[in-house]
Design a binder for this molecule. Structure first.
Ligand code: BGC
Length: 491
């Protein structure tokens, strides 16, 4: 049931909104503000369920490390896929020539050209273009998605300035293809999609070689290019960051989705069926799939139940940018339905999945005004509700609870990987620095999230943290993919 009305608490300039009644047998002519007591049972319970005190975080870190070991032992041994990436050699700085990066993994895809000039000249020229992927292509067919990508790639290459970029004679244009979904790699330049994440559900792809899909589309568009490396965005970040800092051992993505990739010793990978057990290789953990000892609430369960990848990527659904806003919306909705918030009516927008996004939470948490003006206007503009000061404060508390849990859990994941690396290499013990390269909009743009993540690192690592650097390496995954295309060039 939906009603149009003007709320008495709304100032005349604000006008009226569409609301739906909380109870279907409720005939409402005007808004009545809630007289609820100052305690808020839904919020209190939610805060309790989301709590991650240090001993709890320690358990999470240990459980992630256990699942890492299990996944390294046998395929499917644990929640984490621990994918072999076939990237044994990270960029050295000697790479030369013209290479391309194609990055598909979220709402945008990016094309980049990089002219590499070797040790001395490094990146001589680079050009990139970001194109947003129409929503319908994320749930359309393989042909539509890859056809779109190939057409954009073709127009990017057509615009190339010959003076700045130079392809050596006899060479094809080579691509590092960053495909940021779980892929079972079969070689450095091939791999099959295991499953979609982050709201993608393109038909005809699961179990298919993603490089073959791209090749097919490029051929149809008359593009004579070759994929020399298929990489995850975590691997790209690690490779791109390593180009300028040889202590980088981990690449972490905290954006729409989340993941971590790291340098592992081959002797610590029982499932690696290669003769050589010396040296290192990059492992794509796909840590988003972790599901044990997580502080899952009813809101997480309900959101998961409605997701296209139900039961999967539960850690990702608690810590990454795609989901934080939606969890908050679900909590607010229940607070509203139980009369703890926003008077007697359920705003229509509050009932709309994914209407509240993580960037809105961030905006609200940055509000330092006494009367939480920004919170008020976000709630007004996005959810079409008029919130009084007490309600605004509660909304901020919900945001903070979700963001704190997310940031702290992400921190526990990083600790698990750092400790695994230390177990194998004793780097920190020997005074070596270990660098974690971080990327993704959530990490970049949400200071409170970053702070909570940092708190978890401090609590779990203590003094050891002095050997660790957490470095924001913005947008290096494209450079990393182009560098890996160079490392794996067939010419
Ligand atoms: C995917 C990963 C990816 C991450 C960040 C997750 O949903 O499973 O492969 O690295 O998002 O983009």
């Amino acid at each position: 049931m939906s009603l149009m009305f003007s709320s008495p608490v709304v100032t005349p300039t604000i006008g009226s909104f569409t609301f739906s009644s909380r109870r279907s047998n409720y005939i409402v002519m005007s808004a009545v503000r809630s007289n609820s007591a100052s305690t808020c049972p839904v919020l209190t319970k939610f805060q309790k369920d989301c709590a991650t005190p240090t001993p709890y975080l320690r358990n999470v870190a240990n459980a992630i490390a256990d699942d890492m070991r299990a996944g390294l032992a046998v395929e499917g041994g644990g929640d984490l896929d621990m994918i072999l990436t076939y990237v044994d050699a990270l960029p050295s700085g000697n790479e030369e020539g013209l290479f391309y990066a194609l990055d598909l993994g979220g709402t945008n895809f990016r094309v980049r050209s990089v002219q590499l000039g070797g040790k001395k000249k490094r990146v001589v020229a680079t050009e990139s273009e970001q194109i947003s992927i129409p929503q319908k292509l994320m749930i359309g067919t393989r042909e539509e998605l890859f056809g779109f990508i190939a057409s954009k790639l073709a127009s990017f290459v057509a615009k190339e300035k010959p003076g700045r970029f130079r392809l050596e004679e006899g060479r094809k244009r080579e691509i590092g293809f960053t495909f940021s979904f779980p892929v079972k790699q079969t070689s450095i330049d091939s791999g099959t999609l295991i499953k979609w994440t982050k709201g993608f559900k393109v038909s005809g792809m699961e179990g298919k070689n993603v490089v073959a899909c791209l090749n097919e589309a490029m051929e149809a568009h008359g593009l004579d290019m070759r994929v020399s490396a298929l990489v995850n965005d975590g691997v790209g970040t690690l490779a791109g960051a390593r180009y300028s800092d040889e202590d980088v051992m981990i690449g972490v993505i905290l954006g729409t989705g989340t993941n971590a990739c790291y340098v592992e010793q081959k002797h610590a990978i029982p499932k690696l069926q290669s003769k050589s057990s010396s040296g290192t290789t990059i492992i794509n953990t796909e840590w988003g799939g972790f599901s044990k000892v997580l502080p899952q609430t009813i809101f997480d369960q309900e959101m998961d139940a409605k997701s296209p990848n139900r039961g999967e990527h539960l850690y990702e659904k608690m810590i990454s940018g795609m989901y934080l806003g939606e969890i908050v919306r679900r909590v607010l909705l229940q607070m509203c339905e139980t009369s703890d918030l926003f008077g007697q009516f359920v705003p229509v927008k509050l009932s709309t999945p994914f209407e509240l996004r993580t960037e809105h939470l961030c905006k609200m948490q940055e509000d330092t005004t006494d009367d939480l003006q920004t919170v008020g206007s976000v709630l007004y503009n996005i959810l079409e509700v008029e919130a009084n000061l007490k309600e605004r404060r509660r909304v901020v508390e919900v945001c903070d609870t979700v963001v704190k849990r997310g940031g702290r859990l992400a921190g526990a994941g990083i600790v698990a990987i750092l400790e695994k690396i230390e177990e194998e290499t004793k780097r920190m013990g020997s005074g070596k620095r270990t660098v974690v390269a971080m990327d993704g909009a959530l990490y970049e743009k949400y200071p409170q999230y970053r702070q909570y993540m940092q708190d978890a690192l401090v609590e779990l690592l203590g003094d050891k943290l002095s050997h660790i650097a957490i470095k924001h390496t913005k947008d290096v995954s494209g450079l990393g993919a182009a560098l890996l295309a160079a490392t794996n060039s067939i010419y």
